[in-house]
Design a protein around this ligand. Structure first.
Ligand code: GLU
Length: 498
């Protein structure tokens, strides 16, 4: 059994730069990061770009943007630098070539000259690569090489016996060696495969804990054998469960950027979709940390700092989880409710501006406390509170359909609005409570119900049926603007205020 020595914890996230950051990858990164932070260790970002065909320009920037947005800080990486760089595999080719050569020289790997046609033939027969170059003589190999034939370097996998791996989440896992192929370590163009490159890097970067998706478990025995052949102390491994589609069927789609959940609502899976959909980074972090790991029984809301105090890889649930996206909306509203007003203003301002409103910062600071309990997503600010920022000179009066409440008619509504104007105007203080008292008295005196008076005023000043509370809203708008809006509403009902 692998008994690792007590080395300072170093974990890494090693994405292939193949496009926008998928939330599944970020979840793996998050677990590696939490573990490093839990143990006072280092978290490293390494870019695995050895599959040139799949490399998409701009991916690294998107990865960094995702990390910055979430607040996952990186200790070493292509941007941060560090003592074990470079942190991009295509800049480390010589190192992989050196170790591939070493493995050949030490009898653990061999040059394979099989052509594409030969390999196609083998595939037709079934059973994969038939190891035909594994045992040819040194002289025959030298001869083929002298002819200038291209070759790959393959690992000599033991043909019999079992390989036992230790997984922090899954315990001991055993594999029959005969099930495994002689995997390619170095391609004919001098680029390594993942199998060689990540081991060489994990060793040279002194990684102590490898956290990666469960898809890599079948290759785990191959990797153990390569580590052994190189004679290096192995890190510990944790093969993480993956996220499944919300219906629990199949791995959470990577290629399809969006797909509908049970309610037909489109589900975000890429980090930039979360950014654009108005989620708070803290809510997304809480959401992701809670998939496959629990902070405590029935403790759904916790900060990253709290998670760091408790996070252990061994506590990760080995089972794959359906993507519980519905929880994110709830969590997000909880985070919005608890957020600091100034921080929220900063997030909401650009959203309102994008929707075409010109935002007065002082007014926004007064509006935010009215909204906090009501916003599920930051973008709800536009339908819910855009009217605060509508240019009142150009404020389009609400239509009679909006103005006339249930069980009310045009005349009654106009009557309420008309009568309220002088009463509001004479108020010395426009505080919500004072307005409330005055309008309740007005309702009593006129025989209208409170709801009819308040609802008509709400519709008049906001132009909507749902909004923050009427009088708090009017307090923020101020006396002059509220009355002006009521006058416009009256006009819309075909009445003048005179
Ligand atoms: N580049 C690999 C991937 O994206 C990394 C796996 C690992 O973390 O070792 O799946």
């Amino acid at each position: 059994m692998n008994q690792p020595s007590a080395r300072p914890v170093r974990t890494r996230y090693a994405p292939s730069p193949t496009g926008p950051q998928h939330i599944g990858g970020i979840r793996s990164a998050l677990f590696a990061w939490l573990y490093a932070r839990r143990h006072g260790g280092q978290f490293i970002l390494r870019i695995e770009d050895t599959d040139r065909k799949r490399t998409v320009p701009g991916s690294v920037e998107m990865i960094l943007e995702a990390f910055d947005w979430l607040g996952i800080d990186i200790d070493e990486g292509p941007r941060e630098g560090g003592a074990f760089g470079p942190y991009v595999q295509s800049e480390r080719l010589e190192l992989y070539q050196t170790w591939a050569k070493w493995l050949v020289e030490n009898g653990c790997a061999y040059k394979c000259f099989a052509t594409a046609e030969e390999l196609a033939e083998m595939r037709k027969v079934g059973g994969g690569y038939d190891r035909r170059y594994r045992d040819i003589s040194a002289a025959a190999t030298a001869d083929l090489e002298a002819q200038g034939l291209p070759y790959v370097i393959r690992f000599k996998m033991p043909l019999t016996g079992v390989t036992v791996g230790e997984d922090l989440i899954r315990g001991e896992v055993e594999f029959a060696n005969e099930q495994l192929q002689d995997a390619v370590l170095l391609k004919s163009d001098g680029y390594p495969t993942y199998h060689l490159a990540h081991i060489v890097d994990d060793y040279h970067m002194r990684i102590t804990h490898v956290t990666r998706a469960i898809e890599w478990l079948p290759s785990f025995p191959l990797h153990i054998q390569i580590w052994n052949a190189l004679g290096w102390e192995k890190p510990q491994f944790a093969h993480l469960p993956v996220l499944l589609n919300p219906n629990g069927k199949g791995k959470l789609s990577k290629r399809k950027e969006q797909f509908a959940d049970a309610d037909g609502k489109s589900v975000p899976v890429l980090v930039h979709e979360f950014m654009e959909a108005g989620y708070l980074p803290a809510a997304v972090l809480n959401f992701l940390t809670n998939i496959g790991w629990n902070y405590g029984d029935n403790e759904e809301i916790f900060s990253t700092a709290q998670a760091i105090e408790r996070f252990e890889l061994k506590d990760v649930n080995p089972a794959n989880s359906a993507y519980p996206i519905a929880k994110l909306d709830w969590l997000n509203s909880q985070y919005i409710q608890r957020a600091d007003v100034a921080a929220l203003c900063q997030l909401l301002k650009p959203i309102l501006e994008q929707a075409g409103f010109s935002v007065d910062g002082a007014r926004l600071r007064r509006v935010v406390p009215l909204l906090q309990v009501r916003l599920k997503s930051l973008h709800d600010v536009v339908p819910m509170a855009g009217f605060f920022f509508a240019d009142w000179a150009a404020f389009e009066a609400p239509s009679p359909e909006i103005l006339i409440q249930r069980k009310m008619d045009r005349e009654g509504t106009a009557d309420i609005l008309r009568g309220s104007i002088p009463l509001l105007r004479q108020l010395e203080s426009f505080e919500a409570e004072i307005q409330h008292a005055a309008m309740s008295e007005y309702a009593k005196a006129t025989g209208y119900k409170n709801g009819q008076v308040f609802g008509s005023l709400r519709a008049a000043v906001t132009g909507q049926k749902v909004s923050p509370p009427t009088f708090e809203t009017m307090e923020v708008l101020g006396k002059e603007e509220s009355i002006r809006r009521i006058e416009l509403a009256l006009r819309s009902l075909g009445n003048d205020c005179a």
